[in-house]
Design a protein around this ligand. Sequence first.
Ligand code: ADP
Ligand code: MG
Length: 242
Amino acid sequence: MNLHEYQGKALFAEYNLPVSKGKIIYSADEVTDACNEIGGTSWVVKAQVHAGGRGKSGGVQLINTPEDGIKFAEKWLGNNLVTYQTDAKGQPVNSILIEECTNISQELYLSAVIDRDSQKIVFIGSSEGGVNIEDVAKNMPEKIIYQGFVYKDDSLNENAENIAKVLKLNDQQTLQFIPMIDNLLRLFIEKDLSLLEINPLVITENGDLHCLDAKINIDSNALYRQPEAPVLEDAFIPSAEK
Ligand code: ADP
Ligand code: MG
């Protein structure tokens, strides 16, 4: 089962991972209050669909006034967004995540999947984030690391440092990265994930790591032991979102 970005980020927050302050809205008249509640003078509005590539298709936009957010909401809510990851019909936009704008210094890539052969959770990291990882794998394979983990074994720090090197993190960022991997592993296992992707994981202008996107897939075979999972499904989200 796929989660929306805002649901993934709520899980990230639960696991102490750095995410932006944000609000989910279902109609244009909620935009102004959401912007005021978040604070600041610029925001990013993000159409919630189960597909990436939104940025390049107009589904993610920087706004400097709530009025621009209202226009974005009026344009997308109730309509379909087509990206290179959807079919030609696209996917319906029923909600929009409004979040604070992060000043980005660099975009990195981090994901995790299960490798059945080695029976490990494999993290995939790259210094080339914000782009299609398949393209990086094809054109710059040396910029990607695949690192297996067994949760709670003694080599967690060492393995996380291997990824940090490929991401070209400095010492301070590596110190943030190690507990981040620990938290992501715990999230992956406790919530029965089959996929987790942060594209991009960014280094902010202040030099800190920050999760700017979140793609999460819960293993459908494990839904019986994830009591909160049904509420994450679209059908169970407040009626306005349908
Ligand atoms: P998608 O993967 O569907 O294109 P992302 O969430 O990755 O959507 O957003 C696309 C791009 O928009 C990111 O690579 C990043 O450059 C920018 N972006 C997304 N969220 C924010 C934010 N809160 N602040 C600043 N820039 C953002
Ligand atoms: Mg993305």
